[in-house]
Design a binder for this molecule. Structure first.
Ligand SMILES: C[S@@+](CC[C@H](N)C(=O)[O-])C[C@H]1O[C@@H](n2cnc3c(N)ncnc32)[C@H](O)[C@@H]1O
Length: 314
């Protein structure tokens, strides 16, 4: 039980601070509550994370919980709460991550065939539908109703003149979310932390875009399903395999295995993951949210993992 309290305190101090006052306070309160800590400790270790617990409570309540509501839920609706936690996982799908990968994608010969692993609901497959604003440099996307993704560039970012032509796209996920399902859309919304600026609104707008023309996300494991999916890409396209904030969910030996598989496919590989998660991309992090953008395993930029800034390496 000591480990759970410690993990929630660490989450408050390292992850929630500066990002969500509500979750920072809630995680501290949970860490000091014996009954809640006991409930969390009864869950499998992979299901004990604060962001999953809080999202599940929000999913059941319909609003972000306070400590009182969490206590009540965990005592009165314990089985129901545990069921949501066991059935769901943290599959945050952040469209703004497209602003990180776009400059690399726009450098490749079009048309592109996109294969995204860990695609969740497919919102990060819609790179060409969103519009972008890189510190005043605007790039028009293909859907006038889609949100504009704002990203602060620094260093020699190769800012694109336009979004690339995409001939084909497909996602792969262990447990794809169905953008057409109200339940899955609600779960995605519950994964946004309270107080995170415009994320909730951006997600709502991106989900509306995806619902008009849903991207295909296949169920499968990135460790085994990638070659068959890449083989479906049409001839005459530049095939790009990419992933954002996914490989931290894969064990280190699996990341090595994945890297070897991608390298053997003869595709362009674009990744945006925390430093060192992709083999060969370790570097000092400026904060807990920093990720490394890499092309074919070679770092090209540092970025905010939610797409707020992009700093090109010289
Ligand atoms: C944090 S979400 C990120 C989603 C999306 N890439 C984004 O940046 O918004 C990670 C996703 O990776 C998926 N995932 C984790 N391990 C996987 C695996 N071995 N194979 C396929 N998908 C996996 C999860 O199901 C989840 O949807």
């Amino acid at each position: 039980m000591g480990a759970v309290a410690l993990a929630y305190r660490s989450f408050a101090a390292r992850e929630a601070r500066g990002r969500s006052v509500a979750y920072e306070e809630l995680a501290q309160e949970v860490a000091g509550d014996e009954a809640l800590v006991a409930f969390i400790a009864s869950l499998p270790p992979a299901k004990q994370q604060p962001q999953l617990f809080f999202a599940a409570a929000r999913y059941l309540l319909g609003f972000p919980p306070g400590i009182g509501e969490l206590r009540e839920l965990a005592s009165r609706s314990r089985a129901e709460l545990a069921q949501v936690i066991l059935a769901r996982s943290t599959q945050t799908n952040e469209p703004a991550r497209c602003a990180i990968v776009l400059p690399v994608l726009a450098q490749l010969p079009p048309p592109l065939a996109l294969v995204e692993v860990g695609a969740s609901a497919g919102l990060t497959l819609l790179v060409d539908r969103y519009s972008y604003d890189y510190g005043g440099h605007r790039v028009a996307g293909g859907d006038p109703l889609a949100p504009t993704l704002r990203c602060r560039p620094s260093g020699p970012v190769p800012l694109p003149a336009r979004v690339p032509a995409i001939a084909w796209r497909a996602g792969l996920d262990l447990s794809p979310l169905d953008i057409a399902s109200d339940d899955d859309a609600r779960w995605l919304s519950c994964l946004v932390w309270p107080g995170e600026g415009d994320r909730a609104e951006r997600l709502r707008a991106a989900m509306a875009v995806a619902r008009r023309d849903p991207p295909v996300v296949h169920r499968g494991d990135l460790l085994t399903g990638l070659p068959a999916l890449v083989a479906q890409a049409p001839a005459g396209t530049t095939v790009v395999v990419y992933h954002t904030s996914v490989l931290y969910q894969v064990a280190p030996h699996g990341r090595e295995q994945f890297a070897a598989t991608v390298r053997g496919l003869g595709v362009t590989w674009v990744s945006s993951e925390a430093p060192g998660i992709v083999p060969g991309t370790a570097m000092p992090a400026v904060d807990d949210q920093m990720c490394v953008l890499a092309r074919d395993g070679r770092p090209v930029a540092r970025a905010d993992s939610h797409g707020a800034w992009l700093d090109w390496l010289v």
